[in-house]
Design a protein around this ligand. Structure first.
Ligand code: B12
Length: 278
């Protein structure tokens, strides 16, 4: 039968053969159940085996994930679409869903590629090859984000004029579809009149999301927003992406709000907007 005595964190650390701070971290991150009485934590001895197993599984999982990311980076920079897809397919087979693939595999690999480029370790040619392969992966995964049932409304999205980074909008559009909206993605380098035409023609428009990855002069972005307003767009316009650094920044540029700088925060901003309206 399992032992059920309660012991302190230093005692647990001794039994597990790890530092006190490691046990404390297990408690703070929820890997080890603990009870606090006053300033003192205690844990059940029976949970210690569980902790070791959980930590083993987690570290094995994160090891597998980083190996997979390294292999994907290698295939993407080589321009090997088939090889890259085999890796993505392997991740799907081992239980990742398409959203996981975007957020926990493809986006981190793209970030590594960008960092490698900025340190001169990855050439512009490799970056271009990788972008094409990433676009192919997104093209194959895209249909898996489709949802049945009535859409929650249309969301127009696109990137500011002169911006070539189309991939962030492609990925975000799929995630928006998964959340039940109908994305109308205008992609890279979108002029104001295309935002306006799409917004005015959209059925049950929820919002327009305008992304900027590269830094642009503020008046170019605020000019885009005011052109949309002058041309009759009344729906919320949210600005975001890497180059829009805060909510204040977005508001200063004339937007109704900020999407944040990554896909997860963009989805959250959209949900908050819908919750405020209803
Ligand atoms: C692929 C890539 C390219 C490709 C783009 C191909 C394509 N079809 O998209 C090419 C080769 C063309 C390119 C060009 C350039 N690039 Co580039 N590129 C990248 C790279 C490696 C991946 C971009 C990507 O798809 N990211 C996807 C995810 C990982 O990015 P993300 O920022 O988290 O995107 C999310 C947010 O934008 C968020 N989001 C939040 N709110 C909203 C709202 C909206 C509406 C949208 C759409 C998105 C959004 O959702 C996204 C989805 O997850 C990045 C590295 C990186 N860290 O991203 C560099 C990077 C973006 N590039 C950079 C630079 C400097 C350039 C160039 C100027 C120089 C160059 N590398 O040759 C040119 C710029 C050209 C231009 N005028 O736009 C820098 C930008 C620096 C900065 N502003 O901070 C980066 C960060 C590389 C680096 N580490 O320095 N690039």
């Amino acid at each position: 039968m399992a032992e059920t005595a309660r012991i302190s964190l230093p005692e647990a650390a001794e039994r597990l053969g790890v530092h006190y701070m490691t046990v404390y971290r297990y408690v703070r991150t929820g890997q080890l159940p603990a009870v606090r009485v006053g300033a003192k934590w205690s844990v059940d001895v029976a949970d210690l085996g569980l902790t070791h197993r959980t930590v083993d599984v987690r570290s094995e999982r994160s090891h597998n994930q980083s190996q997979r990311a390294a292999r994907l980076l290698d295939r993407m920079t080589a321009g090997d679409g088939a090889g890259a897809w085999t890796i993505v397919d392997g991740a799907l087979a081992s239980g990742s869903d398409p959203k996981d693939i975007y957020i926990n595999l493809l986006a981190p690999v793209l970030t590594l590629i960008g960092d490698g480029w900025s340190r001169n370790e990855i050439s512009i040619a490799q970056e271009h090859r990788a972008s094409v392969v990433a676009t192919q992966i997104v093209g194959r995964l895209g249909p898996r984000f489709a949802r049945r049932g009535r859409s929650r409304g249309a969301v127009v999205l696109g990137l500011v004029p002169s911006e070539q980074h189309a991939l962030p909008a492609l990925m975000l559009a799929d995630l928006i579809r998964l959340a039940g909206f109908e994305p109308l993605n205008l992609g890279a380098n979108t002029p104001a009149h295309s935002f306006v035409e799409t917004a005015l023609g959209a059925d049950r428009l929820v919002a327009i999301l305008v992304g900027a990855t590269n830094y642009l002069p503020d008046d170019t972005v605020s000019g885009l927003v005011s052109e949309m307003r002058i041309d009759g767009v009344t729906s919320p316009i949210l600005l975001g992406g890497r180059a829009i650094t805060s909510k204040d920044h977005a508001i200063r540029l004339g937007a109704s709000g900020w999407t944040g700088q990554d896909a997860a925060s963009a989805l959250e901003a959209l949900e908050n907007l819908v919750a405020r309206v209803h």
